[in-house]
Design a protein. Structure first.
Length: 607
């Protein structure tokens, strides 16, 4: 059985109405959050024009450069369209910087009117947060349900030809479905950007969806691992606990640890006190040296001398105060991104944050841009009325040229992106290894037995009924068949059939057409069938199996007399030149299907 068959079967399985409905709900909901983020971005762009108009009209009201310096100006941060993916971060959607001719430079978000409601923004209620929260849970379930059929896996092992092939085939086929889901999200994201008239950068969309794929792939592995737990309660408990830790607890814990670290950053109020004292010293010295400034005079030598001394001395100290805070912020940012890189979920959130342009990288860059503009603005004011020989106060050019008071945010990657990507790959390798270990445990599970059952004792062209309550005989027989390289297939009971697939797709998986007797139920899902119908489906599949030994373990348990007679007919049609072994603890089944082959009881062997 080839990989192509597994992929086709998986694609057909998720093409059912149930799967399609769930996927459509997920894609529509994630599209809604993306569209909401796009709406927020478009609102910011609209407000930008009002901001530019106000700043331009405000400048027109100034008669003297000194007034311009006192009132100051504002710089506006405009995020990238990619804020639509993660409309939550350290950079507010309408962040501005206020600078004037004194010591002040304030980066803030005005909490007036609509802006006050930005505080309720929740990281999980964004596109990326929704994908993490609900996408991870859906993928967990997908993986969990895909590996919980332990008897079915044992059945497929022999049909595939090797355990490692079966392991890789089912893993690749499910990862392929996950990749299709991520590709669908990429297409939807691109279409929404185009419909809304936003610039589309396919590269960034693919990088974001690569992060989604790798993060969800970790959850797929975890779901597959949880599915290998024999007891369903513990399987669900392990799956749910892992999801809660990775999707909720660890991201919140990292946030709190980072926040407590950030409290050690120098208080901005203390910095303002230092800066105010420095600037007040300059003003006092200027007054003592040159007296009260006379606007009718330009280029006063004494004031120019005092200013230049301030510019080359205390002003640098003012700027150093801001730089110290910025350096401390960079340390905490590095700390946050470093610990976030150690977990796939937090690394995904950190990456989404930076790609959105509302992350720490853009915050730092805007801070530095504001610092540089602050420096340029003070020098500009000084040139206007301290270092200039102009006579007409009313003629002075605006400081801002073009859109220099708009800082355009850009999509970025975290500084440690390569490191975080490597750690995520290590997580995948570790989960891969753990799943391989658990997969082997499921297929190798054996029970000790004091009895011996050797393949050489079994009769060909007969139904060898093993009437025994000893559960260890079946795995013992399988082990010996493998050691002797005898081709066999262990057919599971009807209850082990995958419920979320259609009958016709199951037959197609084995390269078969639906028999005429089952055409009526060909389009139905396995889970909707009666136990007898499931028995007929699996009995007909067993009829086509090519192996020297066919093994059935209590296959007919709980089924009606009609299906027992039907199954007996199937065995008669397949036992030619083969060894058929049926393990049972039912006298009725034994009497109906046993023929001249071996019947082995707990006490003796009967011929």
């Amino acid at each position: 059985m080839r990989l192509k068959k597994f992929i086709e079967f998986e694609v057909k399985k998720v093409s059912g109405l149930g799967y399609i409905a769930v996927v459509l709900i997920f894609l529509v909901a994630s599209g809604y959050f993306l569209q909401f983020g796009i709406g927020q971005y478009k609102h910011i762009v609209e407000e930008k024009s009002n901001f530019l108009k106000f700043e331009k009209e405000k400048f027109a009201q100034f008669i003297y450069p000194a007034y311009y310096g006192n009132y100051g100006l504002r710089l506006l941060y405009e995020p990238s369209p990619f804020m639509s993916f993660f409309d939550s971060g350290p950079v507010p959607g309408s962040m501005t910087t206020f600078i004037d001719g004194s010591e002040r430079m304030r980066i803030y978000q005005p909490l007036i009117g609509q802006s006050a409601f930005t505080l309720i923004t929740n990281a999980f209620m964004t596109f990326s947060g929704f994908v993490l929260l609900f996408g991870s849970w859906l993928v967990l379930l997908y993986g969990f349900l895909g590996s919980k059929g332990h008897e079915w896996l044992k059945f497929l092992e022999e049909l595939t030809g090797s355990r490692i092939k079966l392991f890789l085939y089912q893993l690749i086929s499910r990862a392929f479905i996950l990749l299709l889901l991520c590709m669908a999200q990429s297409v939807i994201s691109t279409v929404l950007f185009i419909i809304n008239g936003l610039t589309v950068n396919i590269g960034w969309i693919l990088i974001l969806n690569l992060g989604i794929f790798l993060m969800l792939l970790c959850f797929l592995f975890w779901g597959l691992i949880a599915g290998t737990i024999e007891r369903r309660f513990w399987g669900w408990a392990i799956m749910t606990t892992g999801w809660f830790l990775m999707a909720f607890f660890i991201p919140v814990l990292i946030y709190h640890v980072t926040y407590s670290q950030a409290t050690s950053i120098k208080s901005p109020y203390k910095v303002e006190i230092i800066k105010q004292k420095l600037f007040a010293g300059y003003e006092k010295g200027s007054l003592e040296e040159g007296g009260k400034f006379d606007k009718s005079k330009y280029g006063d030598e004494k004031e120019a001398k005092v200013f230049l001394a301030f510019w080359n001395g205390d002003f640098k100290k003012l700027m150093e105060q801001d730089k110290e805070i910025l350096d401390e912020m960079k340390e905490r940012i590095s700390f946050y991104q470093s610990i976030s890189a150690f977990f796939p979920t937090t690394f995904f959130l950190s990456t989404s944050n930076e790609i959105s342009s509302r992350g720490f990288s853009n915050l730092v860059e805007f801070f530095e841009y504001s610092q540089e503009k602050k420096k340029q603005f003070i020098w500009y004011i000084a040139e206007m009325y301290l270092l200039s020989n102009k006579v007409d106060d009313k003629e002075f050019a605006p400081f801002i040229k073009g859109n220099e008071n708009i800082y355009q945010g850009q999509a970025r990657l975290p500084g440690n992106y390569s490191f975080g990507l490597s750690i995520t790959v290590i997580w995948l390798i570790a989960l891969f290894g753990l799943y391989w270990f658990r997969f082997n445990r499921v297929l190798n599970r054996a029970i000790e037995t004091s009895r011996e059952l050797n393949p050489g004792e079994l009769k060909k062209n007969s139904t060898n009924v093993i009437f025994s309550s000893d559960k260890g005989l079946l795995p013992q027989l399988i082990t010996k068949l493998r050691l002797q390289n005898i081709p066999f297939v262990s057919v599971p009971g009807p209850a082990s059939l995958l419920g979320d697939t259609k009958v016709k797709n199951l037959f197609s998986f084995f390269g078969l057409d639906v028999p005429e007797t089952l055409k009526e139920i060909g389009g139905k899902f396995i889970y909707s069938l009666e136990p007898d119908q499931k028995g007929k489906v699996l009995a007909e599949i067993a009829r086509s199996l090519k192996a020297e030994v066919l093994i059935f373990d209590n296959f007919l348990a709980g089924l009606s007399d009609d299906i027992i007679h039907h199954f007996a007919g199937v065995l008669n049609s397949v036992k030619k030149d083969r060894i058929v072994v049926y393990f049972t603890n039912s006298l009725l089944v034994t009497s109906l299907i046993c023929d001249c082959g071996i019947k082995w009881t707990d006490e003796k062997m009967a011929f």
